[in-house]
Design a protein around this ligand. Structure first.
Ligand SMILES: [Zn+2]
Length: 134
């Protein structure tokens, strides 16, 4: 899928949040998620020995707090220049179940692309076979 201007803006939103809010070992990743009508919700992860919470889930919860139950596009960016990160196994499973038509922005910053959540294998941490490597 082709990157839209709004997709690039979503990457910029997540990048801004990670630079502003992820300055300790507690918070190391930021997610930005957009609805079909353009509303954007963000979240940062919460690291803890108990397992903590991924940024994707915090963003989903932030959207739900505002009554939003459908997300169109999501991107996650790591701190300290780690660029765009793919969701973990647990998040991929949850995102597939809750938002089956979700678009995920993946890949290196110089070659970002959009992948349907259905095309990403939940178990591997990398795109499923047949999907171009990000
Ligand atoms: Zn996760």
């Amino acid at each position: 899928m082709t990157m839209r201007d709004t997709d690039r803006a979503l990457v910029q939103a997540a990048t801004a949040v990670v630079k502003l809010r992820c300055r300790s070992d507690r918070h190391t990743v930021a997610t930005a998620a957009r609805t079909a009508d353009g509303r954007v919700f963000t979240g940062v992860n919460v690291r803890h020995a108990s397992g903590g919470a991924c940024a994707e889930l915090v963003a989903v919860g932030a959207a739900a707090t505002q009554g939003v139950t459908d997300l169109e596009t999501m991107v996650t960016v790591g701190d300290r220049g780690r660029e765009v990160l793919a969701p973990c196994h647990r998040c991929r499973q949850l995102l597939r179940d809750h938002f089956p038509s979700l678009r995920l922005i993946v890949g290196p910053l110089d070659a970002l692309r959009v992948a349907p959540i259905a095309d990403l294998s939940p178990g591997t941490g990398v795109p499923a076979a047949g999907t171009p490597t990000p």
